[in-house]
Design a protein around this ligand. Structure first.
Ligand code: NDP
Length: 454
């Protein structure tokens, strides 16, 4: 399997993918080793993760360079991702001991009642390429701390990063059988579904998530899905700082070239502030530098996957054919990089894919609305339910709108952010189950209830 640099189409490396037989062997080895891993003192497992946390900082230069080379994100964003992953690991290190401690629920009376938390066993972690460190650590760090073994399949587009992660965990003391990398594309992912894991944790698209949920449904084990979104953002007429709001929207839809699960995907602006907002947005968009992701001045790199440029071109073409206008479009950079120019569309509506289907690129549609009720109705017009954001100056008004959202996360005067202290979860087509927060620690254990008469 060739690993291609999306900025240059150079072959970075060639690796041998796993087969059904090698995946089966890794599963058997993980199963055999898991009991001993769980039997090790909790502090020993924490110490391994602490060493991994430290190694990420020590090797940041190499890790960030690899991430940029294979995924195409600007080097500063690659560094930010590694720093962000370390913050999440630090949170898990700080909170896992208390979250997983045995509890005495009923201390007195004829029957004492206690609660303990046991690992699931061997879990499959099928991961995405867009933030391989962030979405990876959400799963494998709490899973390993709790005493599980992990079969980790990075996306084919983030294979070299996956190999770095495996190497660093092994160097930190996690046995190779306990964290085993499954290399390959979607076929390797499918093969991984054939082994009888004790839990399946997936990050990726709705279409693949649905296939995975169906494939493992009969096994009666946890299946957690973190999927895509079509996240709306609403700018209300009482917004305090239109320039800062435009800056937040711009970053929200173009960070990581728009390839974020919680990227701002569509914007509704109340008519009285529409013109001022558009002026600020277009002015700031025109200053964005797209190009070689290795340059420190680059803010927008190429897309990661070859087919995505044509996909976005099609969304724009359909929107224009239905009456949309281009309010801004950056210069088109020539191949070999998979570049798509920053594009802002207006005069859009929900008959267009750009307002209803995940774009996953530096493309946004901006629609004018007159009332909060109209905004709420449009924001809710989606099968997805990851995040929703409101910008304004009246918290009560914002609360009313955000309470109506069928999403796992809501934002007031911020967007496109994830906190390790809060559960990260989607509703509807955005998935099921939570990572991060205390719920994201407990996702990797099963409770055992003790009824105790002495
Ligand atoms: P995909 O669904 O295509 O791939 C995700 C993972 O599944 C990859 O490792 C992929 O392998 C693997 N895979 C592909 N087909 C199968 C299969 N049939 N059986 C098992 N595994 C399979 O996702 P994308 O690459 O398109 O990732 C982007 C999507 O992920 C977006 O929709 C984004 O919103 C979502 N996402 C959601 C997040 C969240 O927290 N909610 C976070 C990050 C991303 P390979 O890549 O090698 O083909």
């Amino acid at each position: 399997m060739q690993i291609i640099n999306p900025a240059t189409q150079e072959v970075l490396d060639t690796i041998v993918p796993d087969t059904q037989a090698s995946i089966h062997q890794k599963f058997e080895a993980a199963k055999a080793a898991q009991t001993a891993w769980y039997a090790r003192p909790f502090e020993e497992r924490l110490a391994c993760i602490q060493r991994f946390y430290e190694a990420l900082a020590l090797q940041e230069d190499t890790l960030a360079a690899t991430l940029t080379a294979e995924v195409g994100k600007p080097l500063t964003e690659a560094r930010n991702e590694i720093k962000g992953a370390r913050l999440r690991i630090a949170w898990f290190l700080q909170h896992s001991t208390a979250a997983l401690a045995p509890e005495t629920v009923t201390p007195n009376g004829p029957t004492q009642e206690h609660l303990t938390y046991e690992p699931l066993g061997v879990i499959a972690n099928i991961s995405a390429w867009n933030y391989p460190y962030l979405v990876g650590v959400n799963v494998f760090i709490p899973a390993l701390i709790a005493g599980n073994a992990v079969l980790y399949k990075p996306s084919e587009y983030a294979t070299l990063t996956g190999l770095h992660i495996a190497r660093l965990l092994h160097e930190a003391g996690v046995p190779p059988a306990i964290f085993a990398l499954v290399a390959g594309n979607g076929q390797a992912g499918q093969a991984l579904l054939q082994v009888p894991c004790n839990g399946y944790f997936f990050t990726g698209s709705y279409a693949t998530g649905q296939r995975i949920a169906q494939a493992v449904a009969g096994r009666m084990v946890p299946c957690q899905l973190e999927l895509g979104g079509k996240d709306p953002l609403y700018v209300m007429d009482d917004v305090a700082d239109i320039t800062a709001t435009a800056a937040a929207v711009l970053e929200g839809f173009m960070y990581n070239a728009g390839q974020s699960c919680c990227a701002v995907e569509r914007v509704y602006v109340q008519r009285p502030v529409y013109e001022a907002f558009m002026e600020a947005l277009v002015q700031q968009a025109a200053a964005i530098k797209q190009g070689n992701p290795l340059l420190p001045t680059t803010q927008l790199g190429p897309l990661c996957r070859p087919g995505q440029v044509a996909f976005l071109q099609q969304q724009v073409k359909q929107a224009l054919a239905m009456g949309a206008q281009i309010a801004y479009q950056g210069a088109t950079l020539p191949p070999p990089g998979y570049y798509f120019p920053l594009t802002i569309l207006t005069q859009v509506h929900h008959g267009m894919q750009v307002m209803t289907e995940e774009s996953f690129g530096p493309l946004i549609g901006i629609q004018v609305v007159d009332t909060d009720a109209e905004a709420v109705s449009l924001m809710q017009d989606t099968p997805y339910g990851l995040t929703a954001a409101v910008y304004g100056s009246n918290p009560q008004r914002a609360r009313q709108i955000l309470e109506a959202m069928h999403t796992g996360t809501v934002y007031f005067n911020c967007c496109d952010r994830v906190s390790p202290a809060l559960p990260w979860s989607g509703r509807g087509h955005s998935g099921m189950g939570s990572t991060l927060g205390l719920a994201g620690i407990k996702a990797f254990v099963q409770p055992k209830a003790w009824h105790w008469r002495v």
